[in-house]
Ligand binder design. Structure first.
Ligand SMILES: Nc1ncnc2c1ncn2[C@@H]1O[C@H](COP(=O)(O)OP(=O)(O)O)[C@@H](O)[C@H]1O
Ligand SMILES: N[C@@H](CCC(=O)OP(=O)(O)O)C(=O)O
Length: 381
């Protein structure tokens, strides 16, 4: 396995050089919600075989909180943030000890990497994480990544690892991503519903029209299928195809067999700055656009001018990230705004030439320049 062909279909995945595999809590736990060492061991067997075959695997593993339930005498996943963080702190060590042992049985070493979403895209942090991960891989180590739950505050944490995995896939220039969960594929509705049908291939967002997904996950997981589709949107828009399936099908998925759901790449690799803007930045306010401005922004080539903005919400400084929403309140895009919120009301709805004539040059600038603007296509927004 030396060449690194561009992965465009399932068989291509079999030859992919670098793969990010994300496994959810639901795939690592038994019926009692606690960590199931046998399930973890089976997954490690599959991943170790891939490495033995010359592939590189980056594992994004949830399960820290689940691993702590037994030791802390908790009967269910804690709901409050402080207890969840404490449980993650206890469980993470236990989880990595299991991985160390299981990969060790195959002669492989693991390296624990705890990241926050911002670490994967904020420039300074990003480069550090990238260097460390690349070195781990060149040393033949399997990085085992989880969100850094104890330092991630409610405001900035993802809480699920689905989107983190997509950002990691972008960070390490993965050729493909595999999302492992407790269902074998995406279905056209909740899989518990009689008659729900498996979707084999999704070539783009249009193929998801009419598919019903819920954010209710398993008892131990977080985010359900919604965060998985968010993750898929991030990865595929950045040029990384995804297979979503169950942990039991991991070997078949990595071998390129017809299992799970295949999501084709829809875009090309993007700048990390735009990725941060689209998926991780905390916005400080909203600009409400009229229909013409929504169309112009969606078209992809236009900057946002004062004439197309009807209302400003929230408080922000020039340079802050803001949401651009339509009159129906739906987010269309995100952008770095060029004015502070206090300056904007006087400019709205007016042409740049009138503003220049009245207020002077400098006031004819865009509210959001097109280079600082990114369309948002997350499933739940
Ligand atoms: N359309 C759908 N297709 C497949 N699964 C779905 C769909 N809608 C909701 N789900 C649910 O998403 C759950 C997986 O999410 P979650 O429990 O968060 O997993 P994990 O712990 O692996 O991250 C499945 O158990 C499934 O019931
Ligand atoms: N960082 C947390 C992940 C929480 C979680 O449940 O994530 P997931 O199972 O991927 O939906 C943990 O390790 O428990």
């Amino acid at each position: 396995m030396s060449a690194a062909p561009h992965v465009t279909d399932r068989p291509g995945l079999a030859a992919a050089r670098r793969v990010v595999v994300k496994v959810g809590s639901s795939s690592l736990t038994g019926a009692d919600g606690r960590l199931d060492p046998a399930a973890l061991g089976s997954l490690v067997d599959v991943l170790a075989a891939r490495v033995a075959d010359g592939g590189q695997v980056v594992l994004v593993s949830s399960g820290a909180i689940a691993a702590a339930l037994g030791p802390l005498g908790l009967s269910a996943r804690p709901r409050d943030l402080a207890t969840a963080q404490a449980a993650a702190s206890v469980g993470q060590g236990l989880l990595v000890a299991r991985y160390t042992e299981a990969f060790g049985a195959h002669g492989l070493r693991v390296g624990q990497v705890l990241l926050t979403a911002e670490d994967t895209i904020r420039r300074g942090h990003y480069r550090n994480a990238q260097r460390a991960l690349t070195r781990l891989l060149s040393l033949g180590v399997v990085p085992v990544i989880n969100e850094n739950d104890t330092v991630a505050t409610d405001e900035i944490r993802f809480g699920d690892n689905d989107r983190l995995a997509a950002l990691v896939a972008h960070l390490v220039h993965a050729d493909a991503m595999v999302l492992l969960t407790d269902v074998d594929a995406l279905y056209d509705g909740p899989p518990s519903r009689p008659g729900a049908r498996r979707i084999s291939v999704v070539d783009g967002p249009a193929d998801l029209a009419g598919i019903e997904v819920t954010s209710r996950g398993s008892a131990v997981g977080t985010g359900g299928m919604v965060t998985k589709l968010d993750s898929v949107a991030i990865a595929t828009a950045s040029g990384i195809p995804v297979v979503l399936t169950s942990a039991a099908q991991a070997a078949a998925a990595l071998a390129g067999e017809e299992v799970g759901t295949w999501f084709s790449a829809t875009g090309r690799r993007r700048s990390t700055r735009l990725l941060w803007l689209a998926y991780a930045a905390r916005t400080h306010g909203r600009l409400v656009l009229d229909d013409g401005a929504v169309r112009a922004v969606r078209g992809g080539l236009a900057s946002l001018l004062p004439a197309g903005v009807v209302r400003v919400e929230g408080e922000f400084e020039a340079g802050d990230p803001v949401d651009l929403v339509g009159l129906d309140g739906r987010t269309v895009a995100r952008g770095l705004v060029q004015y502070a919120s206090g300056e904007l009301p006087a400019l709205l709805g007016r042409s740049t030439s009138a503003l220049r004539a009245e207020l002077g040059p400098g006031y004819d600038r865009e509210i959001v320049h097109r280079d600082d603007l990114v369309l948002v296509r997350l499933a739940r927004r």
